[in-house]
Design a protein around this ligand. Structure first.
Ligand SMILES: Cc1cc2nc3c(=O)[nH]c(=O)nc-3n(C[C@H](O)[C@H](O)[C@H](O)COP(=O)(O)OP(=O)(O)OC[C@H]3O[C@@H](n4cnc5c(N)ncnc54)[C@H](O)[C@@H]3O)c2cc1C
Length: 385
């Protein structure tokens, strides 16, 4: 098992970190206080980051990408999350739209939309969750009923990343509720031609990362916007194989930021006439934080490495997501402890790191669902269907 970084990847990591420290970190607090990014702000950040390979770097060259592998994307996302968790989420989910289009879009859809990817100003989202459908993805209730040359879509999606700033959504719907996952499909719903309503949702962490409810009321969608009939459930699971490993990389970045801030604080802050970093219990907390973050990083990169090799990685991605997100909660909590009362103040970033890390144990499947996936693989027994 060898997934050491190449010289090129190490150079990219250093260059990106330097850029983010200088250009992005100074504006994070101001944006987090304002709440969800506007489309204009998100696009502005995307366009500044794209020269490093962000957003479309994984696309083929003909669409402005550089065919970057999953590990390189993981490095980019980890570094961005170290600087700003919300922007890492916004950007990764915007890339997820292009990923699904590349994987499952019709030739016509690809030809029409993929050239827009390189501009950075066309944003898409993936709408799976509903108020009655969270962990149990197979229970999707949103319907798409064929009527002449259109599907009529009815339903409400919730907690959709980038939903409020999206130009288009891939919406998971059923064409026949009696058929379960077999009738589930993604529809490409473009807001300009098939309007839908959105409502922004406030959340504990990742406050600049837009998350919204999307309502479809007799929404007409051209028949040809249905992707690969019957493949919606499998496509969702394939997306999760990538996204869970990437949430692992995101959590690693947030945890690394908490470690870096804690080291600095422990060196600077004195009590009893000595830096608090000289106390063994502070050192123990820091070492626990480093150990868990290193372990999470390795789990995430192992899953990304399997993806690069085209191998199955379902339980490995789930393990990376479950372990790394929960470890990041523990790490960022310890960072608050090391900062004492200042750790609770928004004058220091660690309270944000904690809120952001805590938020990531839920999306792309909760910790419990990830554990049931790993358990299913280990035991050969399903705890859920
Ligand atoms: C920041 C953020 C971004 C998101 N982005 C998107 C997005 O872009 N697109 C999208 O479609 N969705 C998105 N979601 C929704 C997310 O995927 C769901 O919230 C998640 O799958 C959990 O569903 P739920 O919230 O309905 O919880 P529920 O499924 O209701 O779970 C509630 C609790 O019950 C537990 N539970 C449920 N079933 C079992 C079981 N069988 N065994 C043991 N425990 C169980 C869960 O672990 C959890 O603790 C996002 C959510 C967040 C917070």
């Amino acid at each position: 098992m060898d997934f050491a970084l190449t010289e090129e990847q190490m150079m990219l990591k250093t260059n990106v970190r330097n850029f983010l420290e200088k250009e992005i970190v100074p504006v994070v607090d101001e944006h987090e206080k304002q709440g969800p990014l506007t489309k204009e702000a998100a696009v502005g950040f995307f366009q500044r980051l794209m020269p490093f390979g962000y957003l479309v770097g994984f696309l083929p060259e003909q669409y402005g990408g550089g065919a970057l592998d999953h590990k390189t994307n993981g490095i980019l996302i980890e570094e961005l999350a170290r600087a700003w968790g919300s922007l890492a989420g916004t950007l990764f989910l915007a890339a997820g739209f292009w990923w699904l289009l590349t994987e499952a879009g019709t030739p016509e859809q690809k030809e029409r939309l993929l050239p827009l990817a390189a501009s950075g100003d066309y944003i898409g989202c993936l709408a799976i969750t509903e108020s009655n459908v969270g962990s149990d993805v197979a229970g999707v209730e949103t319907t798409a009923i064929l009527d002449g040359d259109k599907y009529i879509v009815n339903g409400t999606k919730t907690w959709i990343s980038n939903g409020s700033i999206a130009d288009a959504a891939f919406v998971l719907a059923t064409t026949d509720k009696t058929q379960g996952p077999l009738a589930m499909c993604f529809l490409l719903i473009e807001k300009e031609t098939s309007p839908f309503c959105t409502r922004e949702l406030h959340k504990l962490g990742l406050r600049s990362f837009p998350t919204a409810e999307l309502s479809f009321n007799d929404c007409p969608v051209p028949k040809e916007n249905l992707l690969d009939p019957g493949s919606g459930y499998q496509r969702t699971m394939a997306f999760f194989d990538v996204s869970r490993a990437m949430v692992g990389a995101t959590s690693t970045g947030i945890a690394q930021a908490a470690i870096d801030a804690s080291i600095k604080y422990a060196q600077d802050r004195t009590q009893f006439g000595r830096p608090i970093g000289s106390f063994q219990m502070i050192q123990e907390m820091l070492v626990d934080m480093i150990a868990e973050t290193e372990a999470g990083r390795l789990l995430s990169f192992r899953a990304l490495d399997l993806l690069d090799k085209g191998e199955k990685c379902r339980w490995q991605s789930s393990l990376a997501k479950a372990y790394t997100t929960e470890a990041a909660v523990r790490t960022t909590s310890k960072a608050i402890q090391i900062h004492g009362a200042m750790g609770l103040s928004d004058e220091y970033p660690v309270e944000r790191y904690f809120r952001d890390a805590r938020t990531l144990t839920i999306p792309d499947g909760t910790t419990q669902m990830q554990k049931l996936i790993v358990g299913r693989d280990a035991l050969g027994i399903r705890a859920f269907t």
